[in-house]
Design a protein around this ligand. Sequence first.
Ligand SMILES: Cc1cc2nc3c(=O)[nH]c(=O)nc-3n(C[C@H](O)[C@H](O)[C@H](O)COP(=O)(O)OP(=O)(O)OC[C@H]3O[C@@H](n4cnc5c(N)ncnc54)[C@H](O)[C@@H]3O)c2cc1C
Length: 264
Amino acid sequence: MYPASFDYQKAESVDQALAALAANPDLKIIAGGHSLLPAMKLRLAQPPALLDIWSLEELKGIRREGDTFVVGAMTTHADVLRSELPLFPEVASWVGDPMVRNRGTIGGSLAHADPSADYPAAALALGVEFVIRGPGGERTVHADDMFQGMFESAVQPGELLTHLSIPATIQASAYEKFRHPASHYAVVGVAVARHASGEIRAAYTGAAEKAHRLTRLEDAVRAGQIAATGLVDASDLLGDRFASAEYRAHLVDVLAARAIERLG
Ligand SMILES: Cc1cc2nc3c(=O)[nH]c(=O)nc-3n(C[C@H](O)[C@H](O)[C@H](O)COP(=O)(O)OP(=O)(O)OC[C@H]3O[C@@H](n4cnc5c(N)ncnc54)[C@H](O)[C@@H]3O)c2cc1C
């Protein structure tokens, strides 16, 4: 399978990338290419022009600033896996296979907002803040507002997700996933994190049109319950030939119980 023909240009810096995006509304960012290229090969996406941000070193790497980790959007899943970040290394270990992890990026995954992707649940559980630059300057979006629909994040055309801010004070976290045996994407994934305040945040992915907070689990834990069922209504979930909505609802309960147990 071959993609439709497209123009290609390579970004030399973040400023130059933003100028190129402002000058050409047809320009589509390509990061690791591990979601965009398969979609192009299937002709599900046919961008007329690509802006390659792979070599932007200023968007790579992880550093600690006080109580926060600052993570460049172009940091690969493999580098996330080897890092000291809370929760994300465990989640990265579940992403695809070594080839995908060596090339795919944390920013690409989160900007793409695939409903079966792993990271969105972790971002919601950790309360990540996203730094986005565009024609209007720089803005920060909280994880609760980042995932807006199926393949729809808060990152708008013409904008570049540059960094993530992740709390470095997380006390405990866990990710439990039931993965599709062929694609490795999440049939359901549940992430939980205990924050420095003692607050538990939880989220699920794979089961609906986008990742969501698992508020009934958060309420149950606050009320002192260790296990809870009926955490999501099947009528709010998606079913397909791999797993019905009812089965996904059951998986959310099972995976949430395992994740909470691991928090200790
Ligand atoms: C075989 C296979 C198995 C996989 N398994 C899993 C899995 O188990 N779990 C999982 O979560 N994912 C999985 N993936 C997806 C993988 O994690 C991708 O790397 C990721 O979803 C996209 O990151 P990328 O850097 O490749 O982005 P790209 O494919 O380059 O881009 C994806 C989208 O995000 C936009 N974008 C990218 N970076 C930015 C940015 N900095 N600012 C603004 N927009 C941006 C692009 O314009 C595009 O629309 C799999 C992929 C493959 C091919």
